[in-house]
Design a protein around this ligand. Sequence first.
Ligand code: ADP
Length: 310
Amino acid sequence: MTPLAIDVVGLNKHFGHRHVVKDLALQVREGEIFGFLGPNGSGKTTSIRMLCGLLAPDSGSGTCLGLDVMTDSVLIKRQVGYMTQRFSLWEDLTVAENLDFIARMFGMRGRRAAVDAMLARLGLADRRGQLAGALSGGWKQRLALAACLLHQPRLLLLDEPTAGVDPRARRDFWEQIHGLSASGVSVLVSTHYMDEAERCHRLAYIADGRLLVSGTAQEVVQSRRLCTWEVSGELPPGLAQSLRSLPGVELASSFGATLHVGGRDAARLQASLEQALRGTGLAMREIPASLEDVFIDLMQGSAGPQGAAR
Ligand code: ADP
């Protein structure tokens, strides 16, 4: 069996009376890219901060890189790379100065060579003299990645690393992540982007502090047993809303110029749709549920199998 970079169970965190992470159990294998999805405020950042030793869990147990998450936070912090949601480097230092500063903080030997190597590795060498504050969003995020890789962590915890970054920079970023994973670095990454979720080896969905499902994209989709129909044609306004109230319809949501309608009771869903669309000129065809359909379903908190698809 592949060794685990993260192996925790029963992690809880309260802020005052609010219980924001509830009995989190998570296993991330060494070298894999593990996606962390869920609505805003569902507890992803808090979970990541507990895993990297920045926030003490109220209860729970387990290991991160083989170190105890309850007692070894100082050692964990030194061995993981953590990229926060917001750019947190020094905007009035240059690209190279930022990395040099980080290398000093880690007390690294051979600082200059390490910084040069990292600049080359992430394609930042031409921009070494540029002020960090003057970089575009995509380059800032690349610099942030360079900063958290400098001390050669075996585990990267990336909190929405590509939020607000253009598609090309996002694609480049994911190529870097896949390269790191291929070299044995484990990655836990939170994201809202569905295409990014599909690039992860495995993923988990968290809502209101509770992990609802985890597994490969295929396992997650299969675990929800969602039948999905695509409705196309001249869709009248308000169609999704009216379909949602029909028996057997658990979700109805726009996908480009089409509508995806899903539910678990295949026969009732089909009967309702056929009746509702009769004489409208709209077409319907059954399609495999996508990861996005499943996340919409999870977000709505529909009934259905919620067991982990590990
Ligand atoms: P996510 O990353 O999924 O958006 P967070 O982990 O940031 O979610 O937040 C989970 C919940 O905990 C939110 O309701 C947030 O307001 C609350 N929260 C996060 N950090 C703190 C804090 N330091 N003090 C109080 N509440 C917090």
